[in-house]
Design a protein around this ligand. Structure first.
Ligand code: 5GP
Length: 190
C-alpha cells in the first residue's frame, strides 16, 4: 500500500492545531509531518517537535535547493513542508498528517498529482463572524494587522469548495472523530 497524505487545513484561528493534537493522541498509526519555519519558538515549543525552527538564510537555501514541496509566508515568517521528510514518513507509517494553511494544502495536492494520494480536509468554523470575533479577542494586534488577518481569513474561508471534505468545528471532540472516520474510510479504499 502506498502512503496517504492528509492535509488538515482551514482558516487561521479555526482550531486545527487542537484537533490535530487530539487526532495524534487517539490514533498511533498517524505520523505528523514537522514543517520548517523562520518564526521564533513559542514557550514550550521544541525544535523537531512542533517545527524545525530555522533562520531566514537556512530557509532560503532549502528553497533554492528545491527541498520544499510547498511553502508560504504568514505575517513575515516563512513555513515550508519538506519533500524528503514527508516521503520518509509516508513510506514508513503510511498515514501522514500535514497541519497546513489553505493555500499550502492545495499546493501539496498539486505537487503530488497522481503519484501519491492526498486527502484535503477543510475545518470550518461555525460562522465567519465567530472566527473574526476570536481573532479580535486575541487583542495583541494593531488595527492594520487585524485588517490584513481578516482579509486572509475571508479568502481562506472561501476556498472550502476546493477540498475533498469539509468538517465543521462546532465541538473539538466531535470534529476530531469525524476526521478520524474520514481517515479510516480513505485507508480502507486503498
Ligand atoms: P503558527 O505560527 O501559528 O504555528 O502557524 C501559522 C500558520 O502556518 C497556520 O495556519 C499553520 O497551519 C500554517 N503552517 C504551518 N506549517 C506550514 C507549512 O509547512 N506550510 C504552510 N503553507 N503553512 C503552514
Amino acid at each position: 500500500m502506498k502512503g496517504i497524505v492528509f492535509c488538515i487545513s482551514g482558516p487561521s484561528g479555526v482550531g486545527k492545531g487542537t484537533i490535530v493534537k487530539e487526532l495524534m493522541r487517539i490514533d498511533p498509526e498517524l505520523a505528523l509531518s514537522v514543517s520548517c519555519t523562520t518564526r521564533a519558538p513559542r514557550p514550550g515549543e521544541q525544535h523537531g517537535r512542533e517545527y524545525f525552527f530555522i533562520s531566514q538564510e537556512e530557509f532560503r537555501k532549502k528553497l533554492e535547493g528545491g527541498e520544499f514541496l510547498e511553502y508560504d509566508e504568514h505575517f513575515g515568517n516563512f513555513y515550508g513542508t519538506l519533500k524528503d521528510h514527508v516521503a520518509r514518513l509516508a513510506d514508513a507509517k503510511k498515514l501522514v498528517i500535514l497541519e497546513i494553511d489553505v493555500v499550502g494544502a492545495l499546493k501539496a495536492k498539486e505537487y503530488y498529482g497522481t503519484s501519491r494520494k492526498v486527502v484535503n480536509i477543510f475545518i470550518k468554523p461555525p460562522s465567519l463572524e465567530a472566527l473574526e470575533e476570536r481573532l479580535q479577542k486575541r487583542g495583541s494586534e494593531s488595527e492594520q494587522q487585524l485588517r490584513i488577518r481578516r482579509e486572509r481569513v475571508k479568502f481562506e474561508y472561501g476556498q472550502a469548495d476546493l477540498f475533498d471534505y469539509v468538517v465543521l468545528n462546532d465541538e473539538v471532540a466531535r470534529a476530531t472523530w469525524e476526521i478520524y472516520d474520514i481517515i479510516q474510510k480513505e485507508k480502507s479504499k486503498q
